[in-house]
Unconditional design. Structure first.
Length: 173
């Protein structure tokens, strides 16, 4: 997997001060995507152990709330294994940090493993999933942490446990 950027400080892609990883590669190609250069799987540089260590280091300070995964598309089958490895390491070493992930896929597709071989395993390790493609006709600048009103902010564990979508409520985390 390649990645486009690691933001050491991000306040736009989830609550609190966060570290964000922007992966490369996306097949959704949403019209007016805010990051179209990341559609190319070859954009950026290779992601590996050095970047995992860098992210873990950035996450360690107490004022950092968590990690946000964006793209590109973290759930593209080509990206899942590397993203899953990162998420496992964060869970093992920094279990107090929350993990948000942005995807153009739907929770329902990911929860039944329809997208790649690691989608369910990755999903189970997330706290919050912002799902659905960006839809220009439904763009809403008043929304927090998403670009169009078709996108949902989902509490992953609660949704998997209940078998129904449980939406994240602003101020909850």
């Amino acid at each position: 997997m390649n990645y486009a950027d690691i933001k050491r400080v991000d306040v736009a892609n989830g609550p609190g001060v966060r570290v964000s990883l922007f992966v490369s590669g996306c097949t959704h190609h949403c019209v007016e995507c805010f990051n179209p250069e990341t559609w190319d799987f070859n954009f950026g540089v290779p992601f590996g152990e050095e970047q995992i260590q860098e992210i873990l280091g950035y996450l360690r300070p107490a004022h950092i709330k968590g990690l946000s995964l964006l793209g590109g598309e973290p759930f593209e089958p080509e990206n899942q294994q590397a993203v899953l490895e990162l998420v496992k390491r964060v869970r093992e070493e920094l279990p107090e940090k929350d993990i948000w992930c942005y995807t153009g896929y739907l929770f329902e597709q990911l929860s039944v493993g329809q997208v790649g071989s690691h989608s369910r395993a990755l999903l189970e390790r997330l706290d919050v999933l912002v799902d659905g493609p960006f839809v220009l006709a439904r763009k809403n600048l008043g929304l927090r942490f998403r670009g169009s009103d078709n996108q949902r902010i989902i509490e992953v564990k609660e949704s998997l446990d209940s078998g129904a979508i449980v939406l994240w409520e602003d101020g909850q985390n």
